[in-house]
Ligand binder design. Structure first.
Ligand code: PLP
Length: 401
């Protein structure tokens, strides 16, 4: 157990990294662990009961994304789903077709997989984005050619929150017979998703971004879209992903998906909190740079540059007062490299290293915003005093929520 030396206050502003499992999800998972431990592949009643739990969850995930249940496959996480789809679809088309077009702001699980498959001979091109992180559609249209078998573009960005016009991207791709794959991990539970309306061939999801458990993801593969086995072994997941299923995690994912509509109805609250937070921040620090676009952006996500303050320094100062924020994607937070997303939208290395991401959750309240603003104000004032060389002994006052 890590000894809790820090502030008693707790503000969790890193919901794009992961979310807290809800009591209802937890209770469903506990029930499954207790009563449905049979192997879903076994032919007797105990196994069949477990298989039924999985199929119920598959229906729940399918309903949340507007798919048919036989188009949903479970995996261990979205990183696995992204790997599975990019590698197997490439395998199906290469060498007859050899080109994938993606964007420079994809999650590391997509970027690294693309880098890997490019070494196998696939040509990967990155369509530029504008200052908001939006794909330049004219450029994309020009880039897709007869050799392109896949366009890969996330629906909502994890670092800055930009929502892409995937529907339009799909239309451009279809004209040239290219398939479309969209990482929808950050979008599920934050904006309405209907994979049929988006027109995508493949999409990926992760339970732990919407108050479900870690260790379970899913992918959508349209019934007519090519797919081949990724993990070889048993016949689980229609033979596409062998391995005995994590029944309790899958059930937890299904339960979390039942809340999707309710979660989305929260976005108007977050819109208000986000606007208030940004307005007040501009008063506290007039040179602050807001990297998240104001329109077509996740209402829970704000990416900010604090000129002159490194993200590590700011994160530590906030953590000391009980506020959890992050610098970019949790998957690359230990790399210390400037964020590829922020660089793609035009920030310098220095600016990118002075940026933090704040991501509100379902339970974020006005008092959390108010407290964070108070902490930031005090921190910036102290820093200014230090910089101007004035030695002032601050009374160690405990800030309260
Ligand atoms: N894609 C996006 C956009 C993400 O934000 C994340 C997680 O941060 C992932 C993929 C990977 O998800 P998982 O943690 O389930 O592997």
């Amino acid at each position: 157990m890590i000894k809790q030396l820090l502030s008693k206050n707790r503000v969790y502003f890193d919901n794009n990294a992961t979310t807290k499992v809800t009591p209802k999800v937890r209770s469903v998972m506990n029930q499954v662990l207790k009563s449905y431990w049979g192997n879903p592949s076994s032919g007797y009643a105990k196994g069949k009961m477990s298989a039924q739990i999985i199929e119920k969850a598959r229906e729940q995930v399918a309903t949340a994304i507007g798919a048919h249940s036989h188009e949903v496959y479970f995996s261990s996480c979205a990183t696995e789903s992204n790997n599975a789809l990019l590698k197997t679809v490439s395998n199906i088309f290469y060498p007859e077709k050899n080109k994938i077009i993606s964007t420079p702001i994809e999650h590391p699980s997509v970027m690294s997989t693309l880098e890997y498959i490019s070494k196998l001979g696939i040509e990967v091109q990155y369509c530029p984005v504008d200052k908001s992180g939006r794909v330049l559609l004219k450029d994309l249209e020009d880039m897709i050619d007869d050799k392109t078998f896949l366009v890969c573009c996330m629906l909502a960005n994890n670092e800055i929150g930009t929502i892409q016009d995937v529907k339009k991207i799909t239309k451009l791709a279809k004209v040239k017979n290219a398939l479309v794959f969209s990482d929808c991990v950050q979008a599920l539970g934050k904006i309405p998703i209907n994979v049929k309306e988006l027109g995508v061939d493949y999409a990926t999801f992760s339970a732990h971004k919407l108050y479900g458990p870690k260790g379970v993801g899913a992918w959508y593969s349209r019934i007519s879209s090519p797919l081949e086995s990724y993990i070889h072994g048993g016949h689980q997941e229609e033979g596409m992903r062998a391995g005995t299923e994590s029944i309790h995690n899958i059930a937890g994912f299904g339960e979390a998906c039942k809340q999707v509509k309710k979660l989305i109805s929260n976005t108007s609250k977050n819109t208000f909190l986000k606007k208030h937070f940004i307005d007040e921040l501009k008063v506290i620090k007039s040179d602050i740079i807001i990297n998240s676009p104001m329109d077509n952006c996740l209402t829970n996500t704000i990416n900010l540059t604090f000129p002159g303050i490194t993200s590590g320094e700011l994160m530590r100062a906030l953590d000391y007062q009980g506020i959890a924020v992050s610098a970019g994607s949790a998957c690359s937070s230990s790399s210390n490299k400037p964020s590829h997303v922020l660089k793609a939208i035009g920030l310098t290395d220095k600016e990118a290293q002075e940026s933090i991401r704040i991501s509100f959750g379902n339970d974020t309240k006005y008092k959390h915003i108010k407290y964070t603003l108070k902490v930031l104000k005090q921190y910036l004032e102290e820093k200014k005093r230090e910089e101007t060389g004035t030695v002032i002994k601050l009374k160690s006052q405990e800030l309260r929520l």
